[in-house]
Every structure is written in structure tokens, then in C-alpha cells.
Design a protein around this ligand. Sequence first.
Ligand SMILES: [Zn+2]
Length: 336
Amino acid sequence: MFKCTHPQSPVERSRCPKTPEQEDSFEFIIVSLTGQTWNFEASTYEERELWVQAIESQIFASLQSCESIKNKSRLGSQSDAMAIQSIRNVRGNSFCVDCDAPNPDWASLNLGAVMCIECSGMHRNLGTHLSRVRSLDLDDWPVELSMVMTAIGNAMANSVWEGCLEGYTKPGSDSTREEKERWIRAKYEQKLFLVGLPQSDVPLGQQLLRAVVEDDLRLVVLLLAHGTKEEVNETYGDGDGRTALHLSCAMANVVITQLLIWYGVDVKSQDARGQTPLSYAKRAGSQECADILVQHGCPNDSSSLSSVPMSNVSLRNPNINNNNAQCELNRSISIM
Ligand SMILES: [Zn+2]
């Protein structure tokens, strides 16, 4: 609250004796919502008016910025709610990926699966190299994370991680904590139930490059589950230098780009022409891929996205299929 008024405090009056003309105006008081008051005095009527205008405009600007922050967070929470609902709708996501407890509220980002709170604690104990735990309700859901979660889901994840149960019995929601923990460690740490590689005569790294080019997400998930850091960083071979990440970025594939980074593909790797995955993402016009790379430490060189000729590139489309990406894709296929 803000008002112009005559002096309020008898103490001030006595401290600053005034003539009747001076007392006539020039003073003003700011009153806070909690009732605190601040008394001010200007030397002229004009000066006081200037102060009043300046303070009023500051109050107005402050109220406006509060309102826009409120709107922004309201929009943010709305889009998060939509993202969370679409994650819940993915096949298999009505039950915990490990113990089948209903309505799971936690997620493992790199596994693309949802789980109950008890299993989420055990996933945390595995370490982030095996499982990156996030709450559906308590955490933010940026677009690239919800894209990974909706692309994979419990049914696909378990078709890979529990593909070879061979007589093992999965724990239920009423199993003991120890039984669940034993299962989770056997599943993700020892990889006891993991489906085998489809082609044992082709090196894993080469299979990964092909799976990325063919946009075969389940195979990418399977290969990453098996692969060592060296294997997933494999390139096309001498004189080429492109990793799976260069290819996923050339194809503007947000989900695979994010997965490859979590599984240790080097974001700074350069191909034979000195190009990083970020150069490929920019050329493909994928702002999402570019953002993910920068977020994970890929150096952002001088050629910004806006400097790329945009005649045949549409920005912010994760399923983009422009000429540049198609060229990279054709080049990749011809090499394979
Ligand atoms: Zn569970």
C-alpha cells in the first residue's frame, strides 16, 4: 500500500520542525501489507510526485512479474502433468517393472521403466550407471526425459531385461524387501535375465551403429545393456570417425541421443572432418538434440543453429526428416 499524506509521527515533527507551508504536503508514506510504515519527505511538490510515480511503477512491475512467474509455473505444471499421464499410459506401466505392484510412481530414466517406491530405493542403491531414478510426481519432466520414458516403457524394458527368465520366479508386490533386492541386483547388476545379442558374429559396436541408423529402439536398448563403454563408442572404422551419437543426431533422434549419452558415448567425439555430434544436430535442425548435447558438456562451437541455412529444415521437430538427415542416413547405410 502506498499513500501521500501529512506527517504521522509526532517524533518526526519535533525532530524536524516545519513552517505551516512546509507541512502542507511533500511527505509520503509507504505502508506494507504487514502494516509497517516508512515516512519520506521530498523537498518540493514536483520531487514528491516524481517519487510517487517511480515507486508506483516499481510496484506495478513487480506485481506483473509475480503474475508471469505464476503463469509460467502453472503452464509448467500442466505440461508436466500431461507428460506424466502419457508415461503412465505406456504399455506395461500400470505395474512396477520389478515386483508388479500397481500404480508405480517412480521412474528409471535410462531403463525407460516405472517402478514402485520400494523398488526405486533399491534402484538408487545400484548407482546411476545402472539406473537413474526420478519421481513421476515430485520432479520436473523436461521433454527429452518424457520422450525416453514414453518411447520405452515397462513392456519393452522387460522384453530386454527379463527376456531369459529360465525358471526364475519374479517377486510380487507382497514379496519381502530382501527378495526384491536380490531380484533387482540379479536383473540389472548381474544381467542374469538379459536377452542375448542377436548376431554374435558382428561386433556389438557395429550392431549399435546399424540399429541407430535403422531407428530400432528395442535393439538399441538391448545393445546398450550389453555394451562396454569402448563398444558403444565404436566408430564406422578407419577414416570415418562417426559414433552412434553422430548418427542419432544426424537423424534428429532425441530418444536415442539421450540414451547413448547416458550409456557413455562421448559427446565430444569428432568424426574424420572434425565434426562433433552437436554439428550434426545443428545441421539436422534438432534443437532438442543440440540442447541435450550442450547440457552434457559438448562444446558449443561458433556455428549456431541460427546460422545454418534453414530453407529445408524445420526447427524443434523431434521426428524431423529433412534432406541433411536423409543424406547422412543414406551415407551411413551405404557404408554399412
Ligand atoms: Zn516394485
